[in-house]
Design a protein around this ligand. Structure first.
Ligand SMILES: NC(=O)c1ccc[n+]([C@@H]2O[C@H](COP(=O)([O-])OP(=O)(O)OC[C@H]3O[C@@H](n4cnc5c(N)ncnc54)[C@H](OP(=O)(O)O)[C@@H]3O)[C@@H](O)[C@H]2O)c1
Length: 228
Protein backbone atom coordinates (compact mmCIF):
# COMPACT_ATOMS: atom_id res chain seq x y z
CA UNK A 1 0.00 0.00 0.00
CA UNK A 2 1.19 3.57 -0.61
CA UNK A 3 1.94 5.99 2.24
CA UNK A 4 -1.17 8.02 1.56
CA UNK A 5 -4.25 6.88 3.39
CA UNK A 6 -6.72 5.10 1.17
CA UNK A 7 -9.40 2.44 1.60
CA UNK A 8 -8.64 -1.29 1.42
CA UNK A 9 -9.75 -2.13 -2.13
CA UNK A 10 -11.15 -5.52 -3.01
CA UNK A 11 -12.23 -6.57 -6.44
CA UNK A 12 -15.40 -8.62 -6.77
CA UNK A 13 -16.48 -9.49 -10.29
CA UNK A 14 -18.09 -12.31 -12.22
CA UNK A 15 -16.76 -13.46 -15.56
CA UNK A 16 -17.56 -16.19 -18.08
CA UNK A 17 -15.14 -19.07 -18.59
CA UNK A 18 -13.55 -17.02 -21.39
CA UNK A 19 -13.05 -13.94 -19.20
CA UNK A 20 -15.98 -11.82 -20.42
CA UNK A 21 -17.82 -9.62 -17.93
CA UNK A 22 -20.71 -8.76 -20.28
CA UNK A 23 -21.82 -10.05 -23.66
CA UNK A 24 -21.50 -8.62 -27.15
CA UNK A 25 -24.83 -6.79 -26.73
CA UNK A 26 -23.39 -5.03 -23.64
CA UNK A 27 -26.16 -6.58 -21.54
CA UNK A 28 -26.03 -7.21 -17.79
CA UNK A 29 -25.28 -10.77 -18.77
CA UNK A 30 -25.38 -14.00 -16.75
CA UNK A 31 -21.89 -15.52 -16.64
CA UNK A 32 -23.08 -18.92 -15.40
CA UNK A 33 -26.21 -20.98 -16.03
CA UNK A 34 -27.50 -20.58 -12.46
CA UNK A 35 -27.08 -16.77 -12.60
CA UNK A 36 -26.73 -16.79 -8.83
CA UNK A 37 -25.46 -13.37 -7.73
CA UNK A 38 -25.42 -14.12 -4.00
CA UNK A 39 -21.61 -13.86 -3.86
CA UNK A 40 -21.85 -10.31 -5.16
CA UNK A 41 -24.57 -9.27 -2.71
CA UNK A 42 -22.71 -10.94 0.19
CA UNK A 43 -19.52 -9.11 -0.73
CA UNK A 44 -21.36 -5.79 -0.67
CA UNK A 45 -22.11 -6.37 3.04
CA UNK A 46 -18.40 -6.02 3.78
CA UNK A 47 -17.97 -2.80 1.82
CA UNK A 48 -18.33 0.75 3.06
CA UNK A 49 -18.73 1.70 -0.59
CA UNK A 50 -19.11 -0.07 -3.93
CA UNK A 51 -17.42 1.40 -7.01
CA UNK A 52 -17.96 1.11 -10.76
CA UNK A 53 -16.53 2.65 -13.92
CA UNK A 54 -18.35 5.06 -16.19
CA UNK A 55 -19.36 2.51 -18.82
CA UNK A 56 -20.91 0.24 -16.21
CA UNK A 57 -23.08 3.17 -15.18
CA UNK A 58 -23.94 3.83 -18.83
CA UNK A 59 -24.78 0.24 -19.84
CA UNK A 60 -25.83 -1.43 -16.62
CA UNK A 61 -27.24 1.04 -14.12
CA UNK A 62 -27.56 -1.23 -11.10
CA UNK A 63 -28.69 0.00 -7.67
CA UNK A 64 -25.62 -1.67 -6.06
CA UNK A 65 -27.67 -2.67 -3.01
CA UNK A 66 -27.33 -5.75 -0.75
CA UNK A 67 -30.76 -7.02 -1.88
CA UNK A 68 -32.06 -8.55 1.38
CA UNK A 69 -33.23 -7.53 4.82
CA UNK A 70 -30.86 -10.12 6.35
CA UNK A 71 -27.82 -8.49 4.77
CA UNK A 72 -29.04 -5.00 5.67
CA UNK A 73 -29.27 -6.16 9.28
CA UNK A 74 -25.79 -7.73 9.11
CA UNK A 75 -24.48 -4.33 8.08
CA UNK A 76 -26.29 -2.38 10.77
CA UNK A 77 -25.13 -4.95 13.37
CA UNK A 78 -21.57 -4.08 12.29
CA UNK A 79 -22.30 -0.38 12.83
CA UNK A 80 -22.56 0.39 9.11
CA UNK A 81 -25.42 1.99 7.23
CA UNK A 82 -27.96 -0.53 5.82
CA UNK A 83 -26.62 -0.13 2.29
CA UNK A 84 -23.12 0.67 1.00
CA UNK A 85 -22.29 4.03 -0.49
CA UNK A 86 -21.95 4.09 -4.27
CA UNK A 87 -19.07 5.48 -6.26
CA UNK A 88 -18.64 6.05 -9.98
CA UNK A 89 -15.46 7.10 -11.77
CA UNK A 90 -16.54 8.81 -14.97
CA UNK A 91 -14.30 11.25 -16.77
CA UNK A 92 -16.99 12.63 -19.06
CA UNK A 93 -20.43 12.44 -17.44
CA UNK A 94 -22.31 14.59 -19.96
CA UNK A 95 -24.34 11.63 -21.23
CA UNK A 96 -25.29 10.29 -17.81
CA UNK A 97 -29.00 10.06 -17.05
CA UNK A 98 -30.10 10.55 -13.48
CA UNK A 99 -33.27 8.48 -13.65
CA UNK A 100 -31.73 5.02 -13.17
CA UNK A 101 -31.19 2.71 -10.21
CA UNK A 102 -27.67 3.94 -9.45
CA UNK A 103 -28.93 7.40 -8.52
CA UNK A 104 -32.25 6.36 -7.04
CA UNK A 105 -32.02 2.98 -5.26
CA UNK A 106 -30.54 2.24 -1.86
CA UNK A 107 -29.75 4.52 1.02
CA UNK A 108 -25.99 4.91 0.65
CA UNK A 109 -24.47 8.24 -0.29
CA UNK A 110 -23.47 8.68 -3.93
CA UNK A 111 -20.02 9.88 -4.98
CA UNK A 112 -19.26 10.93 -8.55
CA UNK A 113 -15.62 11.45 -9.48
CA UNK A 114 -15.34 13.25 -12.79
CA UNK A 115 -13.19 15.80 -14.65
CA UNK A 116 -13.70 19.22 -16.23
CA UNK A 117 -14.75 17.34 -19.40
CA UNK A 118 -18.17 17.24 -17.73
CA UNK A 119 -19.98 20.50 -18.42
CA UNK A 120 -20.87 22.82 -15.54
CA UNK A 121 -24.63 22.41 -16.07
CA UNK A 122 -24.28 18.63 -15.83
CA UNK A 123 -22.23 18.92 -12.67
CA UNK A 124 -24.97 21.05 -11.10
CA UNK A 125 -27.53 18.41 -12.08
CA UNK A 126 -25.39 15.62 -10.59
CA UNK A 127 -24.91 17.59 -7.38
CA UNK A 128 -28.64 17.31 -6.71
CA UNK A 129 -28.10 13.57 -6.21
CA UNK A 130 -24.44 13.13 -5.30
CA UNK A 131 -21.20 14.45 -3.88
CA UNK A 132 -19.33 15.43 -7.05
CA UNK A 133 -15.57 15.86 -7.27
CA UNK A 134 -14.24 17.49 -10.43
CA UNK A 135 -10.57 16.76 -11.00
CA UNK A 136 -8.01 18.10 -13.46
CA UNK A 137 -6.75 15.89 -16.27
CA UNK A 138 -8.51 13.81 -18.90
CA UNK A 139 -9.27 10.86 -16.63
CA UNK A 140 -10.19 10.66 -12.98
CA UNK A 141 -7.11 10.57 -10.73
CA UNK A 142 -7.85 7.37 -8.83
CA UNK A 143 -5.29 7.87 -6.04
CA UNK A 144 -6.78 11.30 -5.30
CA UNK A 145 -10.31 9.88 -5.42
CA UNK A 146 -9.39 7.12 -2.95
CA UNK A 147 -7.81 9.66 -0.63
CA UNK A 148 -11.02 11.72 -0.69
CA UNK A 149 -13.16 8.63 -0.08
CA UNK A 150 -10.97 7.64 2.86
CA UNK A 151 -11.43 11.15 4.27
CA UNK A 152 -15.20 10.60 4.01
CA UNK A 153 -14.99 7.44 6.12
CA UNK A 154 -14.70 4.78 3.40
CA UNK A 155 -12.25 2.23 4.78
CA UNK A 156 -13.26 -0.72 2.59
CA UNK A 157 -14.05 -0.20 -1.08
CA UNK A 158 -15.45 -2.93 -3.29
CA UNK A 159 -14.59 -2.50 -6.97
CA UNK A 160 -17.06 -4.33 -9.21
CA UNK A 161 -15.82 -3.30 -12.64
CA UNK A 162 -15.84 -3.04 -15.53
CA UNK A 163 -12.64 -3.93 -17.24
CA UNK A 164 -11.33 -0.44 -17.98
CA UNK A 165 -11.53 0.79 -14.42
CA UNK A 166 -10.14 -2.51 -13.11
CA UNK A 167 -7.13 -2.10 -15.43
CA UNK A 168 -6.50 1.42 -14.11
CA UNK A 169 -6.70 0.24 -10.48
CA UNK A 170 -4.29 -2.63 -11.21
CA UNK A 171 -1.91 -0.38 -13.13
CA UNK A 172 -1.68 1.94 -10.13
CA UNK A 173 -1.30 -1.00 -7.70
CA UNK A 174 -4.53 -0.07 -5.94
CA UNK A 175 -6.07 -3.57 -5.65
CA UNK A 176 -5.52 -5.40 -2.35
CA UNK A 177 -7.67 -8.51 -2.88
CA UNK A 178 -9.35 -10.26 -5.80
CA UNK A 179 -12.63 -12.17 -5.58
CA UNK A 180 -13.69 -13.74 -8.81
CA UNK A 181 -16.61 -15.87 -9.83
CA UNK A 182 -15.94 -17.83 -13.02
CA UNK A 183 -19.11 -19.15 -14.63
CA UNK A 184 -19.79 -22.14 -16.85
CA UNK A 185 -20.71 -20.08 -19.91
CA UNK A 186 -18.61 -19.01 -22.87
CA UNK A 187 -19.75 -15.62 -24.19
CA UNK A 188 -17.12 -14.75 -26.77
CA UNK A 189 -17.03 -11.54 -28.79
CA UNK A 190 -13.81 -9.77 -29.77
CA UNK A 191 -15.21 -6.42 -28.61
CA UNK A 192 -16.85 -7.76 -25.45
CA UNK A 193 -15.55 -6.31 -22.17
CA UNK A 194 -13.15 -8.61 -20.34
CA UNK A 195 -12.15 -8.66 -16.67
CA UNK A 196 -9.18 -6.41 -17.36
CA UNK A 197 -9.19 -4.00 -20.30
CA UNK A 198 -6.99 -0.96 -20.83
CA UNK A 199 -3.78 -1.12 -22.81
CA UNK A 200 -2.66 -4.32 -21.09
CA UNK A 201 0.58 -5.29 -19.35
CA UNK A 202 3.75 -6.49 -21.05
CA UNK A 203 5.74 -9.38 -19.59
CA UNK A 204 7.76 -7.43 -17.00
CA UNK A 205 4.64 -5.59 -15.82
CA UNK A 206 2.17 -8.51 -15.77
CA UNK A 207 0.49 -8.75 -12.36
CA UNK A 208 1.45 -11.93 -10.54
CA UNK A 209 -1.21 -13.64 -8.50
CA UNK A 210 -1.20 -15.82 -5.41
CA UNK A 211 -4.30 -17.99 -5.14
CA UNK A 212 -5.62 -17.94 -1.59
CA UNK A 213 -8.75 -20.09 -2.04
CA UNK A 214 -10.50 -21.91 -4.85
CA UNK A 215 -14.03 -23.29 -4.36
CA UNK A 216 -15.73 -25.39 -7.02
CA UNK A 217 -19.51 -25.49 -7.47
CA UNK A 218 -21.52 -27.27 -10.19
CA UNK A 219 -21.91 -24.15 -12.34
CA UNK A 220 -19.14 -21.85 -11.23
CA UNK A 221 -15.80 -21.53 -9.45
CA UNK A 222 -14.99 -18.91 -6.84
CA UNK A 223 -11.41 -17.72 -6.51
CA UNK A 224 -9.93 -15.53 -3.82
CA UNK A 225 -6.48 -14.21 -4.67
CA UNK A 226 -4.04 -11.40 -4.07
CA UNK A 227 -1.39 -9.68 -6.10
CA UNK A 228 2.19 -10.43 -5.06
N1 LIG B 1 -19.66 -9.23 -14.55
C1 LIG B 1 -19.48 -8.31 -13.65
O1 LIG B 1 -19.31 -8.63 -12.45
C2 LIG B 1 -19.44 -6.87 -14.05
C3 LIG B 1 -19.17 -5.89 -13.10
C4 LIG B 1 -19.11 -4.56 -13.51
C5 LIG B 1 -19.31 -4.23 -14.85
N2 LIG B 1 -19.60 -5.20 -15.74
C6 LIG B 1 -19.82 -4.88 -17.16
O2 LIG B 1 -18.69 -4.19 -17.66
C7 LIG B 1 -19.08 -3.44 -18.80
C8 LIG B 1 -18.36 -2.10 -18.82
O3 LIG B 1 -16.98 -2.30 -18.74
P1 LIG B 1 -15.94 -1.33 -19.46
O4 LIG B 1 -14.62 -1.94 -19.35
O5 LIG B 1 -16.49 -1.02 -20.82
O6 LIG B 1 -16.03 0.03 -18.68
P2 LIG B 1 -15.90 0.51 -17.14
O7 LIG B 1 -14.62 0.04 -16.56
O8 LIG B 1 -17.16 0.24 -16.42
O9 LIG B 1 -15.84 2.09 -17.35
C9 LIG B 1 -14.77 2.68 -18.06
C10 LIG B 1 -14.92 4.18 -17.98
O10 LIG B 1 -14.57 4.63 -16.67
C11 LIG B 1 -14.20 5.98 -16.75
N3 LIG B 1 -12.98 6.29 -16.02
C12 LIG B 1 -12.81 7.37 -15.22
N4 LIG B 1 -11.58 7.41 -14.72
C13 LIG B 1 -10.95 6.33 -15.21
C14 LIG B 1 -9.63 5.88 -15.06
N5 LIG B 1 -8.75 6.49 -14.27
N6 LIG B 1 -9.29 4.77 -15.72
C15 LIG B 1 -10.18 4.09 -16.49
N7 LIG B 1 -11.45 4.50 -16.68
C16 LIG B 1 -11.83 5.63 -16.04
C17 LIG B 1 -14.00 6.29 -18.21
O11 LIG B 1 -15.14 7.04 -18.52
P3 LIG B 1 -15.22 8.16 -19.68
O12 LIG B 1 -15.73 7.37 -20.84
O13 LIG B 1 -16.15 9.15 -19.16
O14 LIG B 1 -13.82 8.66 -19.91
C18 LIG B 1 -14.01 4.94 -18.89
O15 LIG B 1 -14.54 5.00 -20.18
C19 LIG B 1 -20.59 -3.29 -18.71
O16 LIG B 1 -21.17 -3.99 -19.79
C20 LIG B 1 -20.98 -3.94 -17.38
O17 LIG B 1 -22.18 -4.62 -17.45
C21 LIG B 1 -19.67 -6.52 -15.36
Amino acid sequence: MSNKKRPFVFLCTGMSLDGKISNYKKENSPISSDDDREMLYDARVRADAVAIGGNTLRFDASGLTVKSEKRRKERTDQGKGPEPHKVVFISDANDVKLGGNFFNKGEGKIFVFTTARTEKEKIKELEKKAFVHVGRGKKVNLEKALEILHGKGVETLMLEGGGEIIYSFLEKNLVDEINLKIGNLILGGRETATLVGGKGFDIPHAKKIEFLRVETFPNHIIIKAKII
